[in-house]
Design a protein around this ligand. Structure first.
Ligand code: GDP
Ligand code: MG
Length: 718
């Protein structure tokens, strides 16, 4: 539906309604009314929204496929090519300098009267946590596989992550034009690896050089993609007899699957040996949303073939926000489970999934609204931080422009300006109906580097930039070293910090010196030790007293710090207990060996002495930490280092060299697998031995090897 632009000269009101939800209003007295009306309208239209992500292994063709989607949906008017450096993603930097945000955390496009929000899932496989954070706000995903490479390990990881969030999927088997492309092999691998039923809904006509188009197994048509119009024109023909013969078995098994799943379809099938197109689509949709099957399509993004059927499939089979299960959260005290169904009349709730600076130096907070509605200017509760926030502008992000909207409703993905306290992973909600959604747990930063501005005058600017980056990226932290005054940046890997440093210099234009990457160690204890300490002094004009006895003992790997207070003293008030706990946990953040945080340790306060008139918070705190530090000294502290799990994919001829180098880095191989002429090596390696690996692997494999690395656990330093 397209409603024309209205210009009201006197009031300088520009109203663009290009679909019932979305409205651009610049300085409008009718803002409120309009947004009310829109909200009422969108209630009926939430069925027509798809929040999806496109996920793929590196090089499977995600960027190319996205580019085609944006072109055919009319979002961009020139089709770029990865290989010429002209895709939307590649323009980003340049466009930003010119003041337009071209890629954003989500891009909105329209197809078949539906709105598709494509949420950007990052390509950097090193940052699986980023992918996880995005999966959380998706209702469905398009998984792109290469027809030659098939189900590669990284896509396995993402697929399983998506399963954990119950996300429905549609598969696009890309690169059908490549020699060795094998559509059915990819289907077979999906079935074997994920124990799910892949259901081809288009089938390739030919493969490799002979790949010419696809057969639509539902409509039972032969589809060709007109080259002159860059594939935009789809030519639909009836099937030639030979093709019909080839595809009949596939069509038959599709019909049988549908008939088995649905009584009405079964009746039709038995009577007429066919099932209506509407019925097939309906049953497929319901099976896909229940995650019982995955529709599979064939195509070649590079050759501009098979993209429109994929767009159809997104609309036809992936769920709308109202078809996914309710979001589960808790009351702020954590006592009660709270459910938020995608219902515009329910209390407002939303999840902040990304924070980003835009070209106008505003901070944009991207929200996925789960229930209720949100209006410009309203006050909401950040229930994660227990702070009220006022919502400034609400924006829809298209690829090259932003549209101000008056209101947004459950199921929507919008950007907001003006939130002050909200960080990635926080919940926003109606202050009268608080709910907290489970935050994403971020792994601990394991690498750090010292950083300082080249020019002293940039110091406060650098702090500001570091604060911003930390706000956007929860796996990045920084601190100021109290002894040297240096800033220390901490992240999840060497590459992660490299990306951060590049952003500081290029995006924020602060010139910096950085130190070498260093490993963040931990300390732990090897045996049980018990110690006590007494505080008995004149302090603050008063004699104060406490005696505390503490036991420390090793905990399991990865258990962190477990604290218990077993001191059975009725006169200890809850406040005193809290003070004692806090001071002990604070003290444990720097160990007795080299000052690294202590982890995988059980700490018990087992006894003490309390004096009615003289025992205070302060005395308890000092005695508690004193006892703890003595116990740590006796508990055989050792250093622990981060160990990473690594997956390396290399061509056969470099396997020997890569393994030799991996062993020299104290790497331990866990699994080896050969696949389509490449070797997959999975193993673990201490992080300190993995610095510079990207360069080394490049030179060992003439640039053909790839690897991914993730923090696994802390282990005693070898
Ligand atoms: P991404 O890493 O998943 O984003 O993949 P890209 O879209 O950047 O594509 C990686 C490489 O594969 C590029 O050189 C593309 O030109 C190429 N490519 C993408 N799609 C196809 C396809 O359908 N056929 C062929 N032969 N190459 C493709
Ligand atoms: Mg890409």
């Amino acid at each position: 539906m397209k409603i024309p632009i209205k210009w009201q000269k006197q009031t300088k009101l520009l109203l663009i309604i290009d679909n019932p939800f979305l409205i651009s209003i610049f300085s409008s007295p009718q803002k409120f009314q309009a947004s009310q009306k829109l909200i009422a309208m969108s209630e009926k239209n939430i069925e027509k929204v798809r929040n999806i992500g496109i996920v793929a292994h590196i090089d499977a063709g995600k960027t190319t496929t996205t580019e085609r989607i944006l072109y055919y949906t009319g979002v961009i008017h020139r089709m770029g090519e990865v290989d010429d450096g002209t895709t939307v993603t590649d323009w980003m930097k340049q466009e930003r300098e010119r003041g337009i945000t071209i890629t954003s955390a989500s891009v909105t496009c329209r197809w078949l009267d539906h709105r598709i929000n494509i949420i950007d899932t990052p390509g950097h496989v090193d940052f699986t946590i980023e992918v996880e954070r995005c999966l959380r706000v998706l209702d469905g995903a398009v998984v792109v596989f290469c027809a030659v490479g098939g189900v590669e390990p990284q896509s396995e990881t993402v697929w399983r992550q998506a399963d954990r969030y119950g996300i429905s999927k549609v598969v696009f088997v890309n690169k059908m034009d490549r020699i060795g492309a094998d559509f059915f092999n990819v289907c077979k691998e999906i079935k074997e690896k994920f124990s799910v039923t892949p259901v081809p809904i288009t089938c390739p006509d030919g493969a490799g050089h002979n790949f010419s188009g696809v057969v639509d197994l539902i409509e039972w048509k032969h589809l060709l993609f007109d080259e002159e119009s860059s594939g935009a024109k789809v030519i639909s023909n009836i099937l030639q007899p030979s093709l019909e013969k080839d595809c009949t078995p596939l069509r038959k098994s599709l019909l049988e699957l549908i008939a088995d799943a649905d009584d009405e379809a079964m009746e039709q099938y038995l009577k007429e040996e066919t099932i209506s197109v509407e019925r097939i689509k309906k049953v497929l949709r319901s099976l896909t949303i229940k995650n019982k099957i995955v529709p599979v399509l064939a195509g070649s993004a590079l050759r501009k073939k098979g993209i429109q059927p994929l767009l159809d499939a997104i609309v036809n089979y992936l769920p709308s926000p109202s078809e996914v299960p309710a979001m589960i959260g808790y009351s702020p005290d954590g006592e009660k489970v709270e459910e938020r169904k995608s219902d515009i009349k329910a209390p407002f709730s939303a999840y902040a999934f990304k924070i980003q600076d835009d070209a106008f130096a505003n901070q944009l907070t991207y929200l996925r609204i789960y229930s209720g509605s949100l209006k410009t200017g309203s006050t909401v509760l950040n229930s994660t931080r227990n702070r009220k926030e006022k919502v400034g502008k609400l924006l829809l992000m298209h690829s090259n422009r932003r549209e101000e909207i008056g209101g947004a409703v459950s199921g929507d993905i919008v950007a907001t300006v003006g939130l002050r306290w909200t960080k990635t992973g926080d919940t926003l909600c109606d202050p009268a109906h608080p709910v907290v959604f489970e935050p994403i747990r971020f792994p601990e930063p394991v690498v750090f580097r010292a950083i300082e501005p080249k020019f002293k005058a940039d110091e406060s600017r650098l702090d500001e930039v570091l604060n911003r980056i930390a706000g956007e990226d929860p796996s990045f932290t920084f601190k100021i070293d109290e002894e040297t005054g240096q800033r220390i940046i901490c992240g999840m890997g060497e590459l992660h910090l490299e990306v951060v440093v590049t952003r500081i210099m290029e995006d924020y234009k602060v010139e910096v010196h950085v130190g070498k990457p260093q490993v963040a160690y931990r300390e732990t204890v090897t045996k049980t030790a018990i110690s006590e300490d007494v505080f008995d002094r004149l302090f603050g004009g008063k004699q104060q007293y406490a005696k505390v006895k503490v036991e420390v003992s090793p905990a399991g790997r990865g258990e962190g710090v477990i604290f218990e207070n077993l001191w059975n003293e009725p006169r200890l008030t809850p406040l005193m207990r809290e003070a004692l706990k806090e001071s002990i946990l604070e003290s444990i953040s720097s160990g007795v060996l080299a000052g690294y945080p202590v982890t995988d340790v059980k700490i018990k306060v087992i006894d003490g002495e309390f004096d009615e008139s003289r025992t205070t918070d302060v005395a308890l705190k000092v005695a508690g930490t004193g006892a703890l530090r003595k116990a740590l000294n006796d508990a055989g502290c050792i250093l622990m280092e981060p160990v990473m799990s690594m997956e390396i994919i290399v061509p056969m001829e470099s396997v020997g060299d890569v393994i030799g180098d991996f062993n020299a880095r104290n790497g331990k191989i866990v699994n080896m697998e050969t696949k389509g002429g490449t070797q997959i090596i999975q193993g673990t390696v201490p992080l300190r031995m993995a610095f510079g690996y990207a360069n080394e692997l490049r030179s060992l494999t003439q640039g053909r090897g790839v690897y991914t690395m993730q923090f696994l656990r802390f282990e005693p330093k070898g």
